[in-house]
Design a protein around this ligand. Structure first.
Ligand SMILES: [Zn+2]
Length: 242
C-alpha cells in the first residue's frame, strides 16, 4: 500500500528510524551497557504510521541468545498492549499487528542468529544503522562476520571440468555474506536510505541526512566505551563471545 508512511518517502522513513534510535533505543541501551550487555538494540515500528510498537536491547548477561533483535521479537510476541499503528495518540489495543505490517529496525546489521529470527518471525524487511564492518572496527565485535564466514560459507564443489575452471577464478571473499534481497526480506542500511534520498531529492537534501546519521552514530561512542570497560572489569555475563 503506497499510502503507508513506510513507503511514502525515504526521508519520512529515515527520520522516524533515527528518532526511534535516539529517543527510545539509546536510553534503554544506556542502562543495558552499564550492567555489562552489548550495545545492540532493536525496535519494531508500524508500516502505517511508523509508530514504535516494541523497543528492546541486548540482554546477554542473562542468556547468550538474547541479542537486541531476538529480545525485541520475544517482547513483541509477549506484549499484550500495542499503540495504534497509525496514530500513537489514539488508545492502545491488545491487537498485535501482523509482522508483515511492521518495519524492523536494528541498530547494528543483524548477526546470523538474528537474521534467522527476523526471517522465521515473518518480518519482510529490516534497516540498520551500523554495518558488520562497523561492529568489527568501531566496536571490537568481529563475530557477525566470523560466524557467517566460518559456519555458513561452504566452498562450492564443481561437478564438471568447465565449472572447476570457473570456480578456480572465483574470489570467495568477494561474495556477500548473505542475500540482502531475497524471498523473505529486503535489508537496507541507513546509508542505502540516504542514497535513495539523493536519487529522489538531490545531493543537497541527502547531505543533510548523512550528517544526521553521523550525529546519531556518534551517540554510540560513549556506550561503546562503557561496554568495553565492563568487559575488561570482568562483569558477570552469560555471553561466551564478548
Ligand atoms: Zn544477533
Amino acid at each position: 500500500m503506497a499510502s503507508q508512511a513506510y513507503d511514502s518517502d525515504p526521508i519520512t522513513l529515515l527520520k522516524s528510524l533515527l528518532a526511534t534510535i535516539e529517543n527510545e533505543v539509546i536510553p534503554l541501551t544506556s542502562k543495558g551497557v552499564s550492567s555489562g550487555n552489548k550495545l545492540f538494540g532493536a525496535a519494531i515500528l508500524s508500516k502505517a504510521g511508523l509508530v514504535p510498537l516494541t523497543v528492546s536491547t541486548n540482554n546477554e548477561t542473562a542468556s547468550p541468545l538474547l541479542h537486541g533483535e531476538i529480545n525485541c521479537i520475544q517482547q513483541f510476541f509477549a506484549q499484550t498492549s500495542f499503540p495504534d499503528p497509525s496514530d500513537a495518540s489514539k488508545p492502545r489495543s491488545p491487537q498485535r499487528p501482523n509482522p508483515r505490517d511492521c518495519v524492523f529496525l536494528a541498530t547494528h546489521e543483524p548477526c546470523s542468529l538474528c537474521l534467522s529470527g527476523i526471517t522465521w518471525s515473518g518480518f519482510d524487511n529490516f534497516f540498520y544503522l551500523f554495518t558488520y564492518e562497523d561492529s568489527r572496527d568501531l566496536f571490537s565485535i568481529p563475530y557477525d562476520i566470523e560466524i557467517l564466514r566460518e559456519v555458513f560459507r561452504v566452498p562450492a564443489v564443481p561437478v564438471s571440468g568447465a565449472e572447476k575452471e570457473e570456480m578456480d577464478g572465483e574470489d570467495i571473499d568477494a561474495r556477500p555474506l548473505y542475500n540482502r534481497r531475497n524471498k523473505f526480506f529486503t535489508a537496507r542500511s541507513f546509508e542505502d536510505l540516504a542514497r535513495e534520498i539523493a536519487e529522489k531529492h538531490g545531493e543537497g537534501e541527502s547531505g543533510k541526512w548523512e550528517e544526521e546519521i553521523r550525529r546519531i552514530k556518534e551517540l554510540y561512542n560513549e556506550l561503546s566505551d562503557t561496554y568495553q570497560k565492563s568487559k575488561t572489569s570482568g562483569v558477570d555475563s552469560a555471553s561466551f563471545w564478548k
